[in-house]
Design a protein around this ligand. Structure first.
Ligand code: G3H
Ligand code: ZN
Length: 280
């Protein structure tokens, strides 16, 4: 069934576990992630980024409706979230389309402008019963470059949370978006200090570049929502590439989308278990 992101994050946080949030680009992503959640018996967040919406022509309804329909049929709790939204119109359209939570990303703005934009959006979203994640510091790497970004300061994070009223905070602690090698090393001491200072659950972005053991340590240190995108795309593209190489005359996309979806299910099931099991 579809549940609210707030509920999944709150219960993970209470149990000291992580909850995985995977990026959905195609229908096959939503199917694979949900199948993985069912296989592991774990709840999951299906998240749709502004970039994914732009890929689908800027219309948020079709992709949210597809993810919601897959989620409704699931035997485990599945939440719907909008990820890395900078465009307020898209954010409102996403809420109308039925997501229970949004990440409003004003992390590229100055601290003051990030606070005022995030506070305004959060007040509006809370009026709609929508849970809000924001980012402070810069995880970086979203445009392909593996820039180290700016780490999140615990004192500033505490002030930011109080000034904006956000429900969760994405923090920059050493990961970087879109890494295709799992070589990121996180500042676990910074995660602990953020966990102790910030009253809302912490969100790890760019988790595809983080090795399993490091993910477990990050959750044990205080990360709650763990965002994963690229890892599934590596699985998807690798399977498609493999199939096309062995079957150059193929025409029916189901021939290669089936192994691609299966490969994403395997990858998602593995990561779901890693994130929900801090002891390893
Ligand atoms: O918001 C989405 C995540 O931060 C995904 O990052 O593609 O590097 O795993 P990733
Ligand atoms: Zn991210």
């Amino acid at each position: 069934p579809v549940v609210a992101t707030a509920e999944l994050v709150a219960s993970a946080s209470l149990s000291g576990l992580g909850v995985a949030a995977f990026n959905v680009i195609t229908l096959e992503h939503a199917e694979a992630i949900t199948a993985a959640a069912e296989r592991t018996g774990l709840p999951v967040v299906l998240q749709i980024s502004e970039n994914a919406v732009k890929f689908h022509g800027g219309r948020v309804e079709p992709i949210v409706a597809a993810a919601a329909a897959v989620a409704r049929g699931a035997s485990v709790p599945v939440a719907l979230h909008l990820d890395h939204v900078e465009d307020e119109g898209l954010l409102r359209a996403g809420v109308d389309a039925g997501v229970s939570s949004v990440m409003f990303d004003a992390s590229k703005l100055s601290y003051e402008d990030n606070v005022s934009a995030t506070a305004r959006i959060t007040a509006w979203a809370h009026g709609q019963g929508v849970w809000v994640e924001a980012e402070l510091g810069e995880v970086g790497g979203k445009d392909g470059a593996h820039a180290p970004g700016v780490r999140t300061d615990p004192v500033e994070a505490t002030a930011f949370t109080a000034a904006t009223g956000v429900d969760a905070l994405a923090v920059a602690v050493g990961s970087s978006h879109a890494m295709t090698e799992r070589t990121a090393s996180l500042d676990l001491d910074l995660i602990t200090r953020l966990r102790d200072a910030v009253p809302v659950p912490l969100v790890l972005h760019g988790s595809s570049g983080v090795p399993d053991e490091e993910l477990r340590r990050a959750v044990a240190a205080g990360m709650v929502k763990v965002n994963i995108g690229t890892a599934l795309n590596i699985a998807f593209s690798g399977a498609v590439r493999g199939h096309l190489a062995g079957d150059p005359a193929v025409v029916d996309p189901r021939r290669y989308l089936r192994p691609a979806r299966d490969a994403m299910t395997e990858a998602a099931a593995h990561l779901l278990a890693v994130v929900a099991d801090k002891e390893g």
